[in-house]
Design a protein around this ligand. Structure first.
Ligand SMILES: C[S@@+](CC[C@H](N)C(=O)[O-])C[C@H]1O[C@@H](n2cnc3c(N)ncnc32)[C@H](O)[C@@H]1O
Length: 224
């Protein structure tokens, strides 16, 4: 795993075995804000001030940190569940510069708490944000009800891990989605769109961040 500086000054990680970065090299933080915050979180809080959020691929914790800070700013209550099979060791997450870049008081403690909190337990990170990390395969999520209002689907690219982007996987996400649950992801691949549609999501393309023409936002309607 290699630490890389992206064009907006924020870090990402490079995984040599997959030849894949965790984020866009045009700007990790810019990408996260554009796709997951602006197209996802801010869309979802238009209609609901208390959200259950699911992230597929916790990784560096960047999406979680930005969401936690936004929840505090907006005074919107967020219960965040994150799925990850390969948690980063402290020696890596301590090097990431996200907390320094956001320049919000308390963000480093918040970031370290996101990473060091126990797996499987719901932990209060701040006044408006709780986190539950699950060491589970993205393909094997299994929740007993339709609890989620917002899903950040942030797996490695379908070109690299096609098995994580199938219709069967998206059906699992549909099964735990409320009606009108918003799912955001960076891949606009035709197959991803078709697989989301077949799982009951209505899909729209939105302009992407620098370096990426389009992204996807999907809204769950019904699984037929
Ligand atoms: C694109 S990176 C995630 C970026 C992350 N959201 C962030 O902000 O850093 C994809 C993540 O999915 C994880 N992952 C890969 N395969 C997985 C699987 N089958 N189940 C769960 N997590 C997986 C990787 O370890 C990596 O952390």
């Amino acid at each position: 795993m290699k630490l890389i500086l992206t064009n907006d000054g924020s870090h990402t990680l490079y995984v040599p075995e997959l030849k894949e970065h965790y984020h866009s090299v045009f700007g990790a933080m810019q990408e996260s804000r554009h796709i997951f915050l602006n197209a996802g979180l801010y869309k979802a809080i238009e209609s609901k001030r208390k959200l259950n959020v699911l992230e597929a691929g916790f990784g560096t914790g960047l999406n979680a940190l930005l969401t936690c800070l936004a929840a505090e700013k907006e005074k919107a209550r967020v219960n965040y569940t994150a799925v990850e099979l390969h948690p980063l060791p402290p020696a890596i997450y301590h090097k990431l510069n996200y907390a320094a870049l956001v320049k919000e008081q308390g963000s480093l403690q918040m970031f370290l708490k996101l990473h060091s909190s126990d797996w499987g337990d719901e932990i209060r990170i701040s006044d408006h944000f709780t986190l539950k990390k699950l060491k589970t395969d993205i393909r094997e999520i299994d929740f007993p009800d339709k609890r989620f209002d917002l899903i950040y689907f942030d797996a490695f690219a379908p070109e690299v891990q096609p098995e994580l982007w199938t219709a069967d996987v998206f059906k699992r996400y549909a099964l735990c989605s409320n009606k009108n649950c918003v799912l955001v992801t960076y891949s606009c691949k035709g197959e991803v769109k078709r697989n989301l549609k077949s799982a009951g999501f209505v899909v729209e393309k939105l302009p992407g961040p620098p370096g990426k023409r389009e992204i996807l936002r999907a809204v769950y309607q019904t699984l037929t």
